[in-house]
Design a protein around this ligand. Sequence first.
Ligand SMILES: O=C(O)c1cc(C(=O)O)c2c(n1)C(=O)C(=O)c1cc(C(=O)O)[nH]c1-2
Length: 251
Amino acid sequence: MNAIATTAMNRQDFEHALRDKGRFYHIHHPYHKAMYGGQCTPEQIRGWVANRYYYQINIPRKDAAIMANCPDAGVRRMWLQRILDHDGHDGDEGGIEAWLCLAEAVGLTRDEVIDQRHVLPGVRFAVDAYLNFARRATWQEAACSSLTELFAPEIHQSRLDSWPQHYPWIEETGYSYFRKRLSEARRDVEHGLTITLDHFTSQADQARALDILQFKLDILWSMLDALTMAYMHQTPPYHSVTDQQVWHRGL
Ligand SMILES: O=C(O)c1cc(C(=O)O)c2c(n1)C(=O)C(=O)c1cc(C(=O)O)[nH]c1-2
C-alpha cells in the first residue's frame, strides 16, 4: 500500500519539501550545463539570451497580475519592488535594460531582441503559461509559483563564476544583470516563502503548493527543451520545411 500523507507537515518540513524541488531546477538541464561548462557556441549563447528576453519582459506583467489580485496593501507595497526591479525607476535602469545590455554584450542588436524574432513558439507558450497562471490563480498561489527563485542565486552565481573564463568574447558590461539578481532574488524569496508557509497549511494545501512549484519548474525546463531543439540539434520549428523563421512573434 502506498503511504499517502494525511497530516500536514510542520513549517520546517514543508519548507524542506519546497527546497527539495531544487532537484528539478533548470540548473540541471543539459543546455544550462553546457553554458556554464564552456561548451556553448556564440550562437547558442545568443539564442538563450534572445529567448530569455521574453521571460524578462513578462516577469513584471506577472507581478502586476499578482498585485491586481491581492487585496492586502501591505503585500502590494512589498510586491511593487519586483516591478521596479525589472522596469527600473529613478536611479536604477532596471532588469530589462540590464538584459538588453547583456544581449549587446553577447553580440545581438537591441532591435533583433526587442522585436522578438528569435523567440521560439515553445518558449513563448511556456512563458505565457506563467503569466496566465498568475492572472487566474489566487495571489498566494501565484506568489508560490515564484519560489523557483529559491534556487536562482546559485544559477546566477554559476554564470558569473564560469562565463568570463569560457567566453572571453562576451563583454564584461553584460554581467550586471546576474550580479543585480543575486541580492534581489534572495529578498524576493524571503517574502514569497513567508506567504507560502503562512497560507498553505493543510495537507491538501501543501500538496497543491508543491504542484504549483513543479508547474513553474516545468515552465523553465520546457523553455530549455525548445532551445535545445533549435540551437543544439539545429531543428527549430518547421526545419523540415524551410530554413526561414516563419513562426509568429506574438499576437
Ligand atoms: O536566470 C535564471 O535562471 C532565472 C530563473 C528565475 C526563476 O527561477 O524563475 C528567475 C530569474 N532568473 C530572474 O532573473 C528573475 O528576475 C526572476 C523572477 C522570477 C519570478 O518567478 O518572479 N523568476 C526569476
